[in-house]
Every structure is written in structure tokens, then in C-alpha cells.
Design a protein around this ligand. Structure first.
Ligand code: PMP
Length: 364
């Protein structure tokens, strides 16, 4: 009854087992501090060390240049849909460019419209968000106040393999569902944000990485919590931060660094894992049909259909019965979605592939 299943949930999602085991070991009394992280003041040296350590490891893993600040916020990625344009668009004369590649960038656009002038430069709706624009198609304007995209659309399962070149316009990336799955190129980046509950930790904390010069755009008329400047100035201690979530994210970062060997190694592992499933889809003679076009397939969220909905339902049910959990696709796309984030072990993906082969044989 206590056995772990393979959890293919889109988030909150699977965490590395060694991280969970360390949390369990250290929960009642964090070695050296005589109390649980859950009980510790956010002003205590113990927590300040944890916060500084998490920031340092994040900076190292992603090779974040010195002129970027790292802050940890609450409110999830959804708050960033508003907070980003509140801070970076209010008072600007130029519009912000939005590239609409799926459900999450569309929702971000709808929030940004409340804050200022926005322009949609590309929208994948015509083909039901099954592909991404090329650099040439994206229609970007180097004078845009910022250029917004979602690096991985969690619902549709389309993912940019590299950053678009936005020239002088600061690139803003919602990396919620593929943060830390590969190294990032900071050349154009103005701001990156990611809620933790998919690839980086538990729900409750959102990492925001922001280029220093952009802070000058935040107006004093903003509510205090919603102003990036306050969080940078107070080093994520403007209010009580989500201490436990930051602690756990720190352990995930440590796992990435020490156990995995960094983000290049993580990227390779992710490519290998995704290939197991995509190859199977491609070799299934059309029994499994991928949603995303081949060039834009996500390494994190594999979306596909079966011949009919009754079979999809059966697939999820039988998967669950054999310990493959959370395979149901998002209601807006239907079908199956296997989320295979960083912490999903190869054995989990192999178990899914075995199940898919068997299911096809029995229901083909
Ligand atoms: N952006 C993306 C790409 C997401 O996948 C999600 C969550 N599924 C969100 C934003 C919203 O995150 P939150 O629930 O933390 O607000």
C-alpha cells in the first residue's frame, strides 16, 4: 500500500526520490539547527543559509550572469501573468509582443491586456497549437517593450528547442514546465520565471530571474508585493517567503548538480527518455498519434491520442492499475499526456513504453 507509483502528473509532479528521503530524514530536526525547517524563522541564520545556497546553486546550474537577480515569490506562475506586464509594461510607450503557442501563453496574454498595449505576433490556433513558429515566422519586433513566450506549453506538449532571437527587446520566458531541463541562453533574456511544482520542487514557490536594468521600469504606484524592486531589495524576504518550498527546491538543485551532473547531462537524459516514447508513437502504424508536430515535440509533456476515446479511457484505467499514474490528457486537448519531467526515472518511461506496446497488441 505504501509502494510508489510512476507519477506522470503534469504538476505538482514527481520529485527525485533521494530528495524526498533527505526531507524525511531531516524533517524533525535539521542537522545543526535543532529544529525543523518548518519551524524556523525566515530571519534565522539557518534559513538565510538555505536561501543563499539555493540562489547560488541556481546561478551555477543555469550560468546566470551577474547582472541578473534571482527572487522567490508566491502566487504561482499565474501571478507572473499579471506581475510581468505590471512591472515591465506600465508606463512604456511601446507595446509588448506575445507569441501565442498554446493555453498558457494565451492566458498570459489575456492578463497582459489589462495592463497595457500588447500585440500578438504569431498565434498557433489555426492548427490547434500543434506547432511553434520559426524565427522568421514569429514576426518579432526588436523595439517591443518585451517579447513574451512560453518555452513549453504544458497542455499541448509543444516546446521551443532554443530561445527565439528577440534582438534588443527583452525576452520574457514562462519556463514553468521546462525550467532546469536544459541550459538556457541568456543573450536576449530579460526575465525568466517558473513555478516550482513541475521540474524544480513543490508547489508554493516561483523563481523569477530578472535582468537588473529592467527594475527601473517598476513604478512606485504598484502595490508593494507586486513590485519586483521590493523583492530584489529585500532579497526575497520582503514578506515571509515559502521557506519549506525554497528549502526543497534547494535540495532538487543539489540533486541536479551532484547526482545528475548538471543541466547538459540532464538535457541528454531528457532527450533519451522522450525518444523512447516518441519512437514508439512513430512506429505504431498510426495507432498512437502524437499531438505536436515532430520538430516541436516537448521533452517534458508527451501528448498523444489513441484510435478512440473509449480506448483512451481504458488506457488510463489500465495504466493506473499497473502503477502508471496521471496519464489523462488535459480536458481541452483530450487524449493522453505523459509528463516525464527531470525526476521521472528512465525505468518509469520504460514501464510506460512496455505498457503502450502491450496495450496496442491487446486492443489493436
Ligand atoms: N504556465 C505554465 C506553462 C504552466 O504549466 C502552468 C501550470 N500548469 C502555469 C503557467 C500556472 O502555474 P500556477 O498554477 O503555479 O499559477
Amino acid at each position: 500500500a505504501n509502494q510508489r507509483v510512476f507519477n506522470f502528473s503534469p504538476g505538482p509532479a514527481v520529485l527525485p526520490l533521494p530528495v524526498l528521503e533527505q526531507v524525511q530524514r531531516d524533517l524533525v530536526s535539521l542537522p545543526g539547527y535543532g529544529m525543523s525547517i518548518l519551524e524556523m524563522s525566515h530571519r534565522a541564520q539557518g534559513f538565510l543559509d538555505i536561501l543563499a545556497g539555493a540562489k547560488q546553486m541556481l546561478r551555477e546550474l543555469l550560468a546566470i550572469p551577474e547582472n541578473y537577480h534571482i527572487i522567490f515569490l508566491q502566487g504561482g506562475s499565474r501571478l507572473q501573468f499579471s506581475m510581468v506586464p505590471m512591472n515591465l509594461l506600465r508606463g512604456q510607450s511601446a507595446a509588448a509582443d506575445y507569441v501565442i503557442t498554446g493555453s498558457w501563453s494565451k492566458m498570459a496574454l489575456d492578463e497582459a491586456k489589462r495592463e497595457g498595449q500588447v500585440k500578438v505576433t504569431w498565434d498557433g490556433k489555426a492548427t490547434n497549437y500543434d506547432r511553434l513558429p520559426t524565427q522568421a515566422e514569429a514576426g518579432l519586433n526588436p523595439d517591443a517593450a518585451f517579447t513574451y513566450l512560453c518555452s513549453n506549453e504544458t497542455i499541448q506538449g509543444v516546446q521551443f528547442a532554443e530561445e527565439l532571437d528577440t534582438g534588443a527587446s527583452p525576452l520574457v520566458i514562462d519556463a514553468s514546465s521546462d525550467f532546469l531541463h536544459r541550459p538556457l541562453n541568456f543573450k536576449n533574456i530579460g526575465l525568466v520565471y517558473a513555478c516550482a511544482q513541475k521540474n524544480a520542487g513543490p508547489a508554493g514557490v516561483t523563481a523569477v530571474i530578472i535582468r537588473d536594468d529592467l527594475l527601473a521600469r517598476s513604478q512606485d504606484s504598484l502595490p508593494g508585493y507586486l513590485n519586483f524592486k521590493n523583492h530584489v531589495k529585500e532579497d526575497s524576504l520582503y514578506n515571509t517567503p515559502p521557506t519549506f518550498a525554497i528549502y526543497l527546491m534547494g535540495l532538487v538543485l543539489r540533486w541536479l548538480k551532484d547526482d545528475v551532473g548538471g543541466l547538459k547531462a540532464m538535457h541528454q537524459r531528457n532527450k533519451d527518455k522522450a525518444k523512447l516514447i516518441y519512437d514508439l508513437i512513430d512506429g505504431s502504424g498510426g495507432y498512437f498519434k502524437g499531438h505536436a508536430q515532430t520538430a516541436n515535440r516537448s521533452l517534458m509533456n508527451v501528448t498523444f491520442r489513441l484510435p478512440n476515446e473509449a480506448l483512451e479511457k481504458k488506457f488510463c484505467k489500465e495504466g493506473e492499475d499497473r502503477g502508471l499514474d496521471g496519464l489523462k490528457g488535459h480536458r481541452s486537448v483530450g487524449g493522453i499526456r505523459a509528463s516525464i519531467y527531470n525526476a521521472m526515472p528512465v525505468a518509469g518511461v520504460e514501464a510506460l513504453a512496455d505498457f503502450m506496446r502491450e496495450f496496442k497488441k491487446n486492443n489493436g
